[in-house]
Design a protein around this ligand. Structure first.
Ligand code: GLC
Length: 476
């Protein structure tokens, strides 16, 4: 390795250390995929040392101790380190994190303190290690203060010319409530009419303003965030910067997600052994207490229950198609109103619906391996991972044509897409899917098409690698 390209990768969560949602999956696999692809990359991951991180399953070493200034006071930072499949991972600890037991708090001010501290500590860590990154790659708003900080420190020789990249996994979460923390850590409000007034002291807009490259987690989402329906008020700004906005669809870890070896399935199977999949459907129906039948289509939803994911749309759509035969299993938790709506659906259709209102990784896998269709009526979906996992496991997605769903599902080839975020549009798509389901051959055609697609990180990691290269050679 000569003169490797040094990438400082910042994120709030990373599997297997800590995972709340899809961001954790992505950060848990992309850096490793990059290292595997190009041995001239030196990627180092920095995440917060959340109190819920369990340290009994990996070797953690105390790496370094230093302080950073906050409103004239020195705040202690402790950094721990581990190596995971050749990847250096640093964990930032300090008062804001030891005092909070959640990865994301409902108190926005608290989250502001945590993630501005995290961002500034990560930058100081690089300096302390005397490891000057070529590129700082932040993910979502949690590392945005670092990008803004780098822009403001261009007269500092250590940061001068360091390039920045921001991956947008969800534009809707911007880090509002961080104003006081930003000021305290020496990051005053921006004063640039390019950004809307309300974004001058909010991490996500500041990160977008600062970043040399903005990467949405799918090409369609990259387009969508430049429109008023999806831009969260930043669409004009993003349109004006469109030449630095692109989209790279996420991959999934195809070793972790493999129906040929997944140990929680009743039967492992490959694309050539679809008949064996019936065992998994049978086990799933038995487990959740639904009638065991191969001919009744088994619909599923595996999701966080929140507005974004559109579970309410699916619940109403199912009511609209009560005249035909189906079963549904819903797995997920979240918004109490949506949990109630799921319970009501179950009590109105006691022989057809099971609502399992919790996070259950094992059952999720058994659903992917045994259900017939996966419902994803998302109001917006930057990328979405569940549809890719479903296709890999022979479950056919019925999804709204938005963001990554439209980039990863081929209409009437690997799945079914509908346009409007309405129960009627979804009901229509479900009816079509169930019509196709009646012919076993036709259905297996859908399953095989989905299972044959390459959802590995291969392609996407290449695209990030290319972007790193072109970014690093760009003039400051
Ligand atoms: C967010 C998005 C989801 C995406 C994930 C990983 O959770 O809502 O669509 O798949 O980030 O990028």
């Amino acid at each position: 390795m000569h003169n490797p390209l040094k990438i400082l990768f910042l994120a709030a969560e990373a599997d297997p250390f800590i995972k709340v949602g899809g961001l954790g999956d992505v950060v848990g696999s992309l850096p490793n995929a990059l290292l595997a692809l190009n041995d001239n990359l030196d990627v180092r991951l920095v995440i917060p040392f959340h109190t819920s991180i369990r340290t009994d399953s990996f070797d953690l070493h105390r790496e370094i101790f230093f302080t950073i200034p906050r409103a004239g006071v020195s705040v202690p930072v402790q950094v721990f380190h581990t190596e995971q499949r050749g990847l250096s991972v640093y964990f930032i600890s300090g008062a804001p994190f030891t005092q909070s037991s959640n990865v994301y708090d409902t108190d926005a001010g608290l989250d502001g303190e945590k993630y501005v501290f995290f961002s500034m500590a990560a930058l100081e860590l690089a300096r302390q290690l005397n490891w000057r990154p070529d590129i700082v790659h932040a993910n979502d708003w949690h590392g945005c203060a670092a990008l803004y900080g780098i822009r403001r420190m261009q007269s500092d020789p250590f940061w001068h010319g360091v390039k920045t990249l921001l991956s947008v996994h969800n534009l809707g979460y911007m880090g509002a409530g961080s104003e006081a923390a930003l000021t305290a850590y020496g990051l005053p409000p921006l004063n640039d009419p390019d950004l809307p007034w309300w974004g001058q002291q909010v991490p996500m807009p500041l990160g977008l303003w600062s970043a040399d490259e903005i990467v949405a987690v799918s090409p369609t989402y990259a387009e969508e965030i430049q429109t008023s329906d999806y831009g969260c008020g930043l669409e004009s700004f993003l349109r004006s910067k469109h030449e630095r906005v692109s989209g790279i669809v996420n991959g999934i870890d195809v070793v972790l997600w493999d129906p040929r070896s997944d140990s929680v399935l009743a039967r492992n199977f490959s694309v050539d052994q679809l008949a064996m999949r019936a065992e998994n459907k049978k086990l799933l129906q038995t487990q959740v207490g639904l009638e065991v039948s191969q001919s009744i289509p088994l619909l599923a939803m595996v999701t966080r229950l929140d507005q974004q994911k559109g579970a309410d749309i699916a619940f109403s759509a199912l009511r609209q198609i009560a005249d035909i035969e189906w079963q549904a299993v819903l797995l997920g938790s979240g918004n109490p109103d949506l949990e109630d709506a799921a319970r009501r659906l179950e009590s109105d259709f006691p022989n057809r619906v099971r609502a399992v209102l919790r996070f259950d990784g094992k059952l999720a896998r058994q659903i992917y391996g045994g259900a017939d269709m996966l419902m994803m009526p998302s109001r917006y979906e930057p990328c979405g991972l569940a549809q890719m996992i479903a296709m890999r496991y022979g479950t056919v997605p019925v999804a709204r044509v938005t963001g990554g769903l439209s980039d990863t599902i081929d209409q009437e080839v690997t799945g079914f897409l509908f346009k409007d975020a309405s129960p009627t549009a979804m009901a229509e798509a479900l009816r079509l899917a169930m019509l196709k389901f009646k012919s076993k051959d036709v259905w297996q055609g859908f399953q095989k098409a989905g299972m044959s697609k390459d959802f590995s990180w291969n392609l996407s990691a290449h695209q990030y690698d290319d972007l790193y290269l072109s970014l690093s050679s760009r003039k400051p």
